[in-house]
Write a protein of this length. Structure first.
Length: 73
């Protein structure tokens, strides 16, 4: 899953990033969704449900990290 891979690479997603990403995927894939066409974001209840299913994710403001942390030893 894209969100998990991003987190493993130390690129965190904020809640707003996730809501926007979900809306974009649903819209481009022609998936029926209840999201706001005006805001172009998924709703809070969707994010809450998603986070309950994927406990390994944590959404927060990304912090800068050095590239040396990501090197394979």
């Amino acid at each position: 899953m894209h969100c998990v891979k991003m987190q493993q690479r130390f690129y965190g997603l904020t809640v707003t990033d996730l809501k926007s990403l979900v809306f974009q995927v649903a819209a481009k894939s022609d998936i029926a969704h209840p999201f706001s066409q005006v805001k172009k974001l998924a709703e809070k209840d969707w994010v809450s449900s998603f986070m309950r299913r994927y406990l390994e994710l944590s959404l927060r403001q990304p912090e800068p990290t050095s590239l040396s942390r990501d090197r394979i030893q």
